[in-house]
Design a protein around this ligand. Structure first.
Ligand code: GLV
Ligand code: MN
Ligand code: MN
Length: 413
């Protein structure tokens, strides 16, 4: 039987996405489904019920990663895998992550509808804590599974309320029995919204990233001297928030200063005691630096750290700098990237070769097996916000590309 004419059911994909979007749905049309929250648990429960309807073999590992396996004709061969994440940013969008999980599910449902038998097993996965906004860093589920991150280190991570990752994983009942350790994988495809403006700009249906930028995260903690704002003269203050303000601008100017392809952002800040009439005595903020060029990103940190030292000294604010997390840039498997482009074209879609500025579990999967991603356009290039939007047609298109990439890889000897 030729599988070329096989297409996913776009209406069913949309229904599943809409049902998921109700879990943690926000007034602004987005979702808040933070890692290991009650909403994350509800999304996981629903996901597993759908896996069981498809008679997949479901397993959960000690990181809470959820796998569903559809046997092939030869189950001694390494499986083909696809998936993404069901967790979200605070007031995030209803497509980030979940599209890749529901898209893979739709591909498997389509195979089941049509009685398709593949040579290799096909597996779907929901990776725990891709976002890293509740428990930094990001991509921890896939990172531990890939052997790049340590399990106990991940368990010990705390949220702003002091709750631990390990404790919350147990609380929602998702500390699974199997080891979070990699097994041989023939190919991994991750389907995702682009989260940027490029596909819309070039008017293309499908993006095939050549890889993902490096992601470097830092945490900065400044100590000042708290005092009554009225009687305390401006001279001689140790204002931790003013030091942070200068540092934040230094981060913003860093890419231009380094003169390379790079982005740098401060997205999170905590000010203590955060009262309008007390000089701030404690500030914690984060730094995110990304580039295709790992060396440039490392050099940029050296330059920035030097600037931070001067600012902290001039402001009289002792500082702690923490290297929180670094993942190298991930050049994907060229053969699989080309396959995404070819399958997209064969399905009648326009395609575009690009890079991913957003981090994905595909970064760690790329360290384990041949990996590629499939992107569809984000309207207005907006993501990690409630107004994040992708047309249903684009959602369906990307799922068709995923289906055919999976079928091709799962048919390989
Ligand atoms: C992951 O969502 C990222 O920060 O790119
Ligand atoms: Mn994502
Ligand atoms: Mn995200």
């Amino acid at each position: 039987m030729s599988l070329d004419g096989l297409r996913v059911n776009g209406a069913r994909l949309r229904e599943s996405l809409e049902e998921m979007a109700r879990i943690g749905g926000t007034r602004g049309g987005g979702v808040t489904r933070l890692t290991l929250s009650d909403e994350d648990k509800r999304a996981r429960d629903l996901f597993i019920s759908w896996l069981k309807e498809l008679n997949l073999e479901v397993s959960i590992d000690e990181m809470g990663n959820i796998f569903g396996r559809r046997p092939g004709r030869n189950n001694d061969l390494a499986p083909v895998m696809s998936g993404s994440h069901v967790d979200s940013q605070p007031q995030g969008g209803r497509f980030d992550g979940i599209l890749g999980v529901m898209g893979a599910l739709e591909a498997l449902r389509t195979m089941a509808d049509n009685g398709v038998e593949t040579l290799r097993p096909v597996m779907i996965v929901d990776w725990t804590n891709e976002e890293g906004s509740r428990f930094p860093p990001a991509m921890v589920g896939s990172g531990v599974w890939a052997g790049a991150l340590d399990l106990d280190w991940a368990y010990a991570k705390t949220d702003v309320n002091g709750k631990t990752f390990g404790g919350e994983l147990e609380r929602i009942g998702y500390k699974g029995p199997i080891k979070a350790a990699q097994w041989p994988v023939h190919a991994y495809y991750e389907y995702h919204i682009e989260q940027g403006p490029i596909l819309e700009m070039v008017k293309k249906d499908i993006g095939a990233p050549k890889g993902i930028l490096c992601l470097h995260w830092y945490d900065i903690r400044l100590t000042g001297t708290a005092n009554q704002v009225g009687p305390t003269p401006m001279e001689g203050r140790n204002d931790a928030l003013c030091a942070a303000a200068e540092m934040i601008l230094a981060v913003n100017r860093l890419p231009e200063k380094m003169g390379g392809n790079m982005v740098a952002t401060v997205g999170e800040i905590h000010n203590h005691p955060n009262s309008r009439n007390i000089i701030p005595d404690g500030v914690h903020f984060t730094v995110d630096i990304r580039s295709w060029d790992d060396e440039l990103a490392l050099k940029a940190w050296d330059v920035l750290a030097g600037e931070f030292d001067s600012i902290a000294a001039a402001r009289g604010c002792p500082m702690e700098k923490e290297v929180t997390w670094r993942v190298e840039h991930s050049p994907f498997d060229q053969r699989l990237v080309q396959r995404v482009l070819d399958k997209g074209a064969a399905l009648g879609y326009s395609t575009h070769h690009m890079v991913s500025g957003a981090g994905h579990d595909a970064s760690y999967m790329n360290q384990v097996c041949p990996t590629a991603m499939i992107f569809v356009p984000s309207i207005g290039g907006r993501s990690h916000v409630e107004v994040e939007e992708t047309t249903w047609e684009d959602c369906e298109n990307g799922a068709n590309v995923l289906l055919h990439c999976l079928l091709e890889s799962a048919g390989e000897e």
